[in-house]
Design a binder for this molecule. Structure first.
Ligand code: SF4
Length: 470
């Protein structure tokens, strides 16, 4: 499995942990398994989406912070205050934050999403950490002047402080509340809403507003950082190790945004029949990865293990029974140099195995796109995702061959070049199945589901045509 490594930098693993490093844009060293890191990033992204959903319902601040806490717990994002796993979890937290930061800097929509959800996640965490922890982080900021208001000053301004604290919709301030003196421009929202007393350029803020100062600093630093990253995002997209990872995160972002389009979990076994595979033609509606394997199989009457697994499991998920699969592969291999008895000895076992009839007797299902994309076929192998593996001319030619209109070929190839393989595949789906573009982008996550949906659309189209004819 691929392991990402980058320069070793100080990631600031102080006792204050994540909060102190979020304000800098120093990408932490990454030395984690790629799959593990990607899973952690997608968990964080899903949690942020749950926070966004709450924000979209015009919920009160406390409700949003509660939702952030729940999402953090549900997706195991939290950093324990002590224990063996603490450093690992801090490291994971920082890595995922910065990878998402880089991945989601490209468009206004992505930047806005990341900014508001991360700010709420941080506010929720700081709320749990308490004022003392927040203050210690604030004091680390360069040029941050923040000091406790002395008793003599409190006496001098007590009447004004009480008046501000009693104003409409104010946070209640208890008698023993500690006040801090900060530059008034650090709390612009509170100043504008007259929630704090301002004297001689300083705002007098109660301790329960300290979190707002830190979150506000975080927001402006993050906003600037996202704007800077957006200018270099195409460079990052081309990075050999990080590019595919960043593209995967973006794909997931779009998949979440287009909820209900393609969901692996809802896919049930399809209705493909052996008879449909008898002709020399590839059944209509197959995604490019499977159409390519079918063509190679029909040309050479053989596929290496990776190709047999990728295509075999796909056909199984599309509806072929075990007997139909055995018959299909035996017929194809016999047209080449594999006699029936050799097929039975050498290949039949693994087909029965995928149907749970041999070995551990566990049924296997179609590989998802991520697994296919992340495999690298060797010489003479034809599995993998064509949007990633094919050269540009070959991809163009293959797209034309499956009926993608000429005007759509270039945008699809361009998505593939930017490592957006699943989006490119979704665009191919739209181009070959005449789907309504107003439904938004499609991110393909599973080839069997692609095929099932294409068949459903074709059947619906045929029914409509018959209705019109009759
Ligand atoms: S995106 Fe998925 S379905 Fe499409 S070609 Fe690649 S692996 Fe196949």
């Amino acid at each position: 499995m691929e392991v990402l490594r980058s320069r070793n930098v100080d990631v600031g693993l102080s006792s204050r942990g994540y909060a102190s490093v979020y304000r800098q844009f120093n990408f932490p060293g990454v030395d984690q398994d790629r799959e593990e890191l990607l899973t952690a990033c997608l968990d964080r992204l899903t949690a942020l989406k749950e926070i966004e959903e709450k924000l979209g319902k015009d919920a009160r601040t406390e409700e949003v912070l509660e939702a952030a806490r729940a999402a953090e717990l549900k997706h195991s994002l939290g950093v324990p205050s002590k224990g063996d796993g603490r450093l690992d979890q801090i490291f994971k937290d920082e890595s995922t934050h910065f990878l998402l930061r880089v991945s989601l800097a490209k468009t206004n929509e992505q930047r806005d999403f990341f900014l508001k959800t991360e700010a709420n996640l941080l506010a929720s965490r700081l709320g749990q950490a308490g004022s003392e922890a927040v203050l210690s982080v604030l004091k680390d900021f360069p040029d941050m002047s923040i000091e406790v208001v002395q008793r003599s000053e409190m006496v001098e301004f007590q009447v004004d402080l009480d008046a501000v604290a009693r104003g409409p919709r104010r946070s209640p301030v208890s008698a023993g509340t500690v006040y801090y003196k900060v530059a008034f421009n650090l709390v612009p929202y509170h100043v504008a809403a007259r929630r704090v007393l301002v004297r001689s350029g300083y705002a007098y803020v109660p301790e329960n507003y300290l979190i707002d100062i830190l979150v506000s600093q975080f927001r402006s630093s993050l906003s600037k950082s996202l704007a800077d990253i957006s200018k270099t995002s195409s460079f990052m997209a081309r990075h050999q190790s990080f590019g595919p990872l960043l593209a995967e995160i973006q794909n997931h972002f779009y998949a979440i945004a287009s909820e209900g389009h393609v969901k692996t979990s809802r896919f049930a076994r399809g209705d493909l029949k052996r008879a449909e595979l008898r002709s020399g033609d590839v059944p209509a509606g197959m995604p490019l990865c499977m159409a390519n394997l079918m063509n190679k199989l029909k040309d050479s009457h053989h596929l290496k293990h990776g190709g047999r697994m990728q295509l075999g499991l796909f056909l199984k998920s599309c509806g072929l029974t075990m007997e139909e699969s055995l018959s299909f592969w035996r017929d194809e291999f016999q047209k080449g140099s594999v006699a029936s008895d050799r097929f039975d000895k050498q290949y039949a076992y693994s087909i029965r195995h995928t149907y749970g009839k041999e070995g551990r007797r566990k049924e296997l299902s179609c590989y998802g796109c991520m697994k296919i994309i992340n495999t690298t076929p060797g010489p003479g192998e034809h599995h993998g995702c064509p949007y990633k593996e094919f050269s540009e001319p070959r991809l163009k030619q293959s797209l034309s061959a499956i009926g993608v209109p000429a005007a759509e070929v270039a945008p699809i190839v361009s998505l593939a070049k930017e490592n957006h393989y699943q989006l490119a595949c979704g665009r191919t789906f739209m181009a070959t199945n005449q789907t309504d573009p107003s439904e938004g982008a499609i991110v393909v996550t599973n080839p069997a589901e692609y095929f099932d949906r294409a068949r459903t659309l074709r059947k619906e189209g045929a029914t409509t045509a018959m209705d019109v004819d009759s």
